[in-house]
Design a binder for this molecule. Structure first.
Ligand code: FES
Length: 508
């Protein structure tokens, strides 16, 4: 069988035939009630909720709205977040595990209700979610997860097959979950919010927050957004204020491909329990064409093999199990995981609720992002929220947080040292077009990318966050940091934080 080729450039399926509105850059200092940093699901949903309460909101995005993690998701709306509930019961107890489930369920109901009430066309479909394994050692974990579901009274079934032709030893079904087209849904929320009291600014990078009587968000251009509350929903919080999020989260990249389904797809949303991850769903786009989405191949950012190899592994899986004729889209995503796997949502400092943060959704941004928007808008409106305590960023769980903290930071120390001692042998002369290498110039480690016109783009590979050495990501043509997941374009611009400053460009 001939293997379908991969598209040359990454592009998520969600942008197909969708024209999103464009917004101006902020070019003055302004005053507002709430400043929201980040135009993804959290920021947009929070803006929507607050605008309904007549609060003036300024939504700022460093690039274009809906172009970050939210624009690169699989868009499953489910409380089935992989293997999680047995672990949550062990570490947090039954009550908090139950709250976690109900938070996700409430987020799902919120999305369903908004879609129904507003009549939003976003391919929302009720689907069962399957967590499956074909690995003997994971069968017991799936069974334990089923016990956890039963304790939490989650509607589910244990099975030994799934409706796909994939070999399976055990599967756990969470019934009546959902999937949708995330950008069609959020675009409708943006349109409605603009009618109310929300103003959106794109290409406006927030770099700091200053306190006087009220907080002011400072932009890279030196403008100031003075407000009563700030919501930091910029994926990796751009503002830390001694919260040290980079020591309390790690970042992973994962990959997705999509192609038209050759035969009828039986429906359902699937994810396996073991590694490498395989996440599967379908989506009907324009003309009723049904595409299959296959994701997985997670690895720590900056620590994978050649990233194209990850796409190829998904392509092979698609070829074996679904006989796709063509891969129409490929794209990747960056996800952040906290030490105890529960997102950080709430005031960034314990006794200070003017600056609120939401981050660390693992791979479950549709439900976690929606509940984050509800918790943060309730905080601003001084309304009790039953989930606020579970997610508060200042919590500390001795187990598993301490162990995970040690692992995450030992890994950072290892990569910091490795990059500094690394011997580089490639020379720029051997470099093909659309490829990169690391070399030394005057003793300094330099990353060189040769573009398709043979122009060289050279950057100092020392990450501007805390000085680890970035690695080349061939699939996305970016320089990725193995320590805390910052990413930079081949010209050095910041693509993902925690870094705020670009890589230093080297003249050639
Ligand atoms: Fe922290 Fe690079 S992201 S050193």
């Amino acid at each position: 069988m001939v293997k379908p080729t991969l598209p040359q450039f990454p592009e998520p399926i969600w942008r197909e035939s969708l024209s999103l509105p464009k917004f101006p850059k902020l070019n003055d200092s302004i005053k507002t009630d709430v400043a929201i940093i980040g135009g993804g699901i959290t920021g947009i949903t929070a803006a929507y909720l607050l605008s309904k309460q007549n609060l003036k909101v300024a939504l700022l995005d460093a690039g274009s709205i809906l172009n970050g993690t939210t624009g690169h998701t699989t868009a499953k709306i489910t409380a089935q977040h992989g293997l999680i509930y047995d672990e949550l019961i062990q570490h947090f107890g039954l009550e908090k595990a139950s709250l976690y489930y109900h938070a996700a369920e409430e987020a799902k109901q919120f999305i369903e209700e908004v879609v129904r009430k507003k009549g939003i066309e976003c391919s929302l479909r009720t689907e069962d979610a399957y967590l499956y394994t074909n690995n003997d050692t994971y069968v017991e974990k799936i069974e334990k997860e089923k016990d956890a579901y039963d304790k939490l009274k989650i509607n589910s079934k244990l099975m030994d097959t799934i409706p796909l032709s994939i070999p399976v030893k055990a599967a756990l079904v969470m019934q009546a979950q959902a999937q949708f087209h995330p950008l069609n849904y959020l675009n409708a929320l943006v349109e409605e919010s603009l009618q109310e009291s929300v103003t959106v600014y794109e290409n406006t990078t927030a770099v700091d927050i200053e306190y006087n009587k009220h907080p002011s968000v400072i932009t890279r251009d030196g403008h100031r957004v003075t407000c009563r509350y700030v919501i930091v929903a910029s994926h990796f919080p751009f503002y830390d204020r001694e919260s040290f999020y980079f020591t309390r989260m790690f970042s992973e990249r994962s990959y997705l491909i999509a192609g038209m389904v050759p035969n009828d797809f039986s429906g359902g949303m699937y994810i396996n329990a073991e590694s490498p991850t395989r996440s599967i769903r379908s989506v009907k786009l324009h003309d009723d064409k049904e595409f299959l989405l296959i994701g997985g191949e997670n690895h720590k950012t900056g620590q994978g093999e050649s990233t194209i190899a990850h796409y190829e592994a998904l392509q092979k899986f698609a070829n074996v199990h679904f006989q796709l004729d063509k891969i129409d889209y490929r794209w990747s995503a960056q996800d952040l995981t906290t030490l105890d796997k529960v997102p950080y949502i709430g005031p960034t400092m314990k006794d200070e609720d003017a600056v609120l943060v939401a981050t660390g959704y693992r791979k479950w941004g549709m439900t976690n992002g929606t509940i984050a928007a509800k918790i943060l808008s309730d905080t601003i409106l001084r309304k009790e929220n039953p989930y606020a305590d579970l997610f508060k960023p200042s919590r500390f769980q001795a187990d598993p947080s301490v162990k995970k903290f040690m692992q995450v930071n030992a890994d950072v120390a290892k990569h910091l040292l490795k990059g500094k001692l690394e011997f580089t042998k490639d020379t720029v002369n051997d470099l093909k077009t659309d490829d990169a290498t690391v070399t030394r110039i005057d003793g300094n480690r330099v990353g060189v990318y040769k573009d398709e016109n043979s122009k060289l783009h050279m950057v100092d590979t020392t990450c501007t966050h805390l000085g680890c050495e970035v690695e080349w990501n061939s699939g996305e043509r970016s320089w990725d940091c193995p320590c805390h997941g910052s990413r930079f374009s081949y010209t050095g611009e910041v693509l993902d934080g925690p870094a705020k400053k670009p890589l230093k460009r080297i003249k050639n």
